[in-house]
Design a protein around this ligand. Sequence first.
Ligand code: XIL
Length: 460
Amino acid sequence: MRNAKWKAASRAAIALTGAGALAAGMALVLTAPAAAGTTLGASAAEKGRYFGTAVAAGRLNDGAYTTILNREFNMVTPENEMKIDATEPQQGQFSYGAAEQIVNHARSRGMNVRGHTLAWHSQQPGWMQNMSGSALRQAMLNHVTQVATHFRGQVVAWDVVNEAFADGSSGARRDSNLQRTGNDWIEAAFRAARAADPGAKLCYNDYNTDDWTHAKTQAVYSMVRDFKQRGVPIDCVGLQSHFNNNSPYPGNYRTTLSSFAALGVDVQITELDIEGASATWYRGVVEDCLAVARCNGITVWGIRDSDSWRASQTPLLFTSSGAKKPAYDAVLTALNNGTTPPTTTPPTTTPPPTTPPPTTPPANGGCTATVTVNQWTGGFVANVRVTAGSSALNSWTVTIALPSGATVTNAWSADRSGNTGTTNWTNVAYNGQVGAGQSTEFGFQANGTAGSLSPTCAAR
Ligand code: XIL
């Protein structure tokens, strides 16, 4: 259920690139294995993934650039155009032109868009740099709400918060004006993003979070685990993966990907570039992603070396004149050699050593469920809070009768049966166990009108 959107994107890409082949050789398609893809996007789509790139609006009138973009990629991240300084240059005055250029270019050609980024300590406009305290918190939340609302339905995933943890061994949050508004600024941003664009995946994105043993990786992992346990709406973790000699591609990268995935989030590689474009490292990154069912896409941070923010490192898949580099061939081959992902996406590793196995509490004592609804014309989001009674829960089921005309379109943090009428919602792996008197949350989006919902809860 949580992967439906990514899968839809992949199917669209297959349909676009494979229509001719299908028409030409129906019998062949039925009897022979599917031909290996010949572009990054098509090959990734065959594996249920996307392959994306950062795009700069200023390059969209460069024909050599758009030729490669349109041919190879099925996901696009605006490189700078959705950042805070670009979208709200003066407080309360929003400017979406450059971002819309990219969004329109992508979506009119069947590519999807990752929104980058709603809240960040960097690339803040001057007015925001000078703010602090509750005024800044309010301004940040307003920014998240405005931008996510403006692009509602056009962006498959948002980097809601970018780079909020410190480098080095502290495992602490990065000091910033946003952090000084209170430690809960990140979850506040995620809740605002969910309310504004309930159909989009919400991601936390960072760099130097690739090596599983690093304090920064562990700190982000702990935050995501905590968010999942408390029902803070987070769906994905982005690893930027800017690799070079000081920040090498780590041997335990696959462990990092699978460990995050085991928390019940999707994992994406969001800004990949590799100094010198080692074909071996690029191949390793792709193989690691394909080995983890919930690693559902890779984005490189630019197309040609000359497009890179680190052009002198020649870190990308195409030369400055647009030729495919050895790293390109390595990536394409790795994508084509990868196995097709399973249709379900179970966590792929046992929990990492920092997660002690929870003790099994007895299942009795019952539970209650309450719901809060955010209704707009034609649709709503319901957030449901499950609270254990006097005993801890092992697992739970919530039943919600939807009024006629209401149809669930999207849900998070619970499995459901039915999307109209009487719907049943059961815990997923990470939120079944709820301590006595404690709570967890799940939610869903629906078409129609919620009216007054009266959820009931049963311990299982
Ligand atoms: C970079 C852009 O590529 C540059 O054009 C800009 O000058 C600075 O930002 N982490 C991120 C990206 O999340 O937004 C950054 O992009 C690279 C590091």
